[in-house]
Design a protein around this ligand. Sequence first.
Ligand code: SF4
Length: 172
Amino acid sequence: MTSFYIGLVVLLAALLLFFISRRQRSAAGLPGGRVVYSDTRAWGKVEKPFFDHELGLAGRPDYLVEHEGRFIPVEVKTGRTPSAPYDSHIFQLAAYCYLVHKNTGKRPTHGIIHYPNRNFAVDYTPELESSLLDMLAGMRIDERRPEVFRSHEDPSRCRSCGFRDVCEQKLA
Ligand code: SF4
């Protein structure tokens, strides 16, 4: 059962990245993020993934911070620090907020995306949750399509893609 879920996590993570650009227009209402200071000493490592059987979703944020009796997920990103969080990172964080809510019974007010030079707090609003659920539902529909077309013209994305070996539309 555990290996099933691990496989599912990997699959969902890959699909999330793969389909994210197709959903960006509908994600125009994403809450964005505000720059915050966060004391990294308060960040606790997460040992085990969270599960949600209803959605068949699992995942593990890099850290959790306890804040006013709630757990706030923290996702650490390497590479260039953007001026605002990428939509794909916001959706990933939203998935962790969803899982934390389902597993602890307490809804996180926000999550944190940590880039090398800046932290962004992203509010976990009902609208963001709804966008996440819509996107996951769309991904499941797309999964059943016999053919899905490439959604970008960026060879660098193909170079780091986990589907590269089997993808007939790869650019690199
Ligand atoms: S190799 Fe490129 S086109 Fe194919 S799935 Fe990956 S990112 Fe998309």
